[in-house]
Design a protein around this ligand. Structure first.
Ligand SMILES: *Cc1c(COP(=O)(O)O)cnc(C)c1O
Length: 432
């Protein structure tokens, strides 16, 4: 595969953009090689600037759940365009968007729209602090909640991939208010809560962790957090930026039947345009300005073009439960096929899956938290990634990310993926 044009663009980009990319997860640092520059995408395929075609298993890290350049969303954007692109004044679409979110996500009674997942989580903890009058929060090692200062402590996603889970630039003052516990370890959380009685404003958690590779919540973990928070007057925040509208139309909270006090959303909610949201119980959300004293604002929040895309996406998902059945079935097929491939080759690496999110870890250990995720052989992952890329399969360029399926992955394309998987795993046998 020829990547000359991508390499040239990367040279140019590196001179003027830090690391040549506008988000660290796009770099190929962890897998060797240079990032592929994309020219366009349609359906299940990405096309790069050298004219190569790839089957896409990242889907913009989740948002493109219906595949790329979906006609329905294109039409909604086209319809909105002639009415101008931003007013800085309220519109009916924002209400429609809020009504859709509230109808779909069980925990949300009132919602505020923002422009990214990062804004949603930053705002949610400010609200939790304002509401409870407490300063500290608990997060889990290897969970990622965007790049807000309070969350860059044992952070997942690109922060793990690049070896900076605790970012320089976060002040000691901020860092000391973020307490961390291992994922799936309820006893550790209870100890922290007991040692900081009356001081914890919120526990924020990815109900299914997708930013240290895919890690599923152990039975009782989410229930335990719910009980602990209720007992101790702590706001339970589910960060469903990744899982919202993906694992079910109401996200992980619908799938597991646990209702948090607040929820943060992003990714799918904008249909590929920049939208985030945070919401929860009315009495909590009513502390947000101008209803209450906790300040949060945004010049472009509720942007009309982004709303047009988001409303049509959510309307579609709210009416089509079969989307989730389809995604879960095709993902099951992929995971079962990968397990069969490994058996054929006498390999037994760990695969974690929930619905249309899954990760293949190059370890034989069960992966249930950040420590066990780190037992993965990253050299093998890098080789596997590049081997798949050369076979036209575009995966996340890091072990510590989940893959995201879209509805345009057909049975036939799933077979293509599995063939590439078998060939790539076979290549790895030389390095075991
Ligand atoms: C992606 C992600 C975020 C951050 O969202 P951005 O839109 O990238 O700012 C926050 N939380 C989780 C769980 C995410 O996966």
């Amino acid at each position: 595969m020829n990547h000359t044009a991508s390499q040239n663009l990367f040279q140019r980009a590196q001179k003027i953009i830090p690391g040549g990319v506008n988000s660290p997860v796009r770099a190929f640092k962890a897998v060797g090689g240079n990032p592929i520059f994309i020219k366009s995408a349609k359906g299940a395929y990405l096309y790069d600037v050298d004219g190569n075609q790839y089957l896409d298993f990242i889907n913009s890290w989740g948002p493109m759940i219906l595949g790329h350049s979906c006609e329905m969303i294109q039409d909604a954007i086209k319809e909105a365009l002639p009415h101008s692109f931003s007013y800085g004044a309220p519109t009916e679409r924002e209400i429609e968007m809020a009504e859709l979110i509230i109808s779909m996500v069980p925990s949300i009674e009132k919602v505020r729209l923002v422009n990214s997942g990062t804004e949603a989580t930053m705002s949610a903890i400010r609200v939790a602090r304002g509401y409870t009058g407490r300063d500290k929060i608990i997060k889990f090692e290897g969970c990622y909640h965007g790049h807000g200062d309070s969350f860059l402590i044992s952070a997942g996603s690109g922060a793990i991939t690049l070896g900076v889970p605790d970012s320089p630039g976060v002040t000691k003052g901020v860092a000391q208010d973020t307490l961390t516990a291992p994922y799936n370890n309820l006893a550790a959380v209870e100890n922290i809560v007991n040692a900081n009685e009356g001081q914890i404003a919120a526990i924020i958690v990815e109900p299914v962790a997708g930013n240290m590779g895919l890690v599923t919540p152990a039975p009782g973990f989410l229930e335990g957090l719910r009980e602990l928070c209720t007992r101790s007057g702590i706001i339970l925040i589910f960060d469903e930026v990744m899982t919202g509208f993906r694992l079910a139309k109401g996200g992980a909270q619908e799938l597991y039947g646990i209702t948090p006090d607040m929820t943060t959303l992003g990714k799918i909610i904008g249909g590929g345009l920049p939208v985030g949201a945070y919401g929860g119980k009315k009495e909590i959300m009513d502390v947000v300005a101008p209803a209450g004293p906790v300040y949060q604002a945004g010049t472009l929040s509720g942007n009309p073009i982004a709303m047009a895309a988001g409303v049509i996406m959510l309307k579609f998902l709210s009416k089509h439960d079969e989307v989730y059945n389809y995604l879960h079935n095709i993902s099951d097929k992929l995971v079962t096929g990968m397990r069969d491939n490994m058996q054929t080759l006498g390999m037994n690496f760990t695969i974690n899956q929930v619905g249309s999110m899954f990760s293949l870890f190059f370890t034989r250990q069960e992966v249930k938290d950040f420590e066990s995720a780190k037992t993965s052989n990253l050299d093998l992952f890098g080789r596997y990634f590049n081997s798949m890329l050369n076979r036209g399969i575009y995966l996340a360029p890091s072990q510590f990310e989940s893959l995201f399926l879209s509805t345009v992955i057909t049975d036939e394309l799933a077979d293509q993926y599995l063939e590439a998987n078998l060939a790539s795993l076979r290549e790895l046998k030389n390095y075991l």
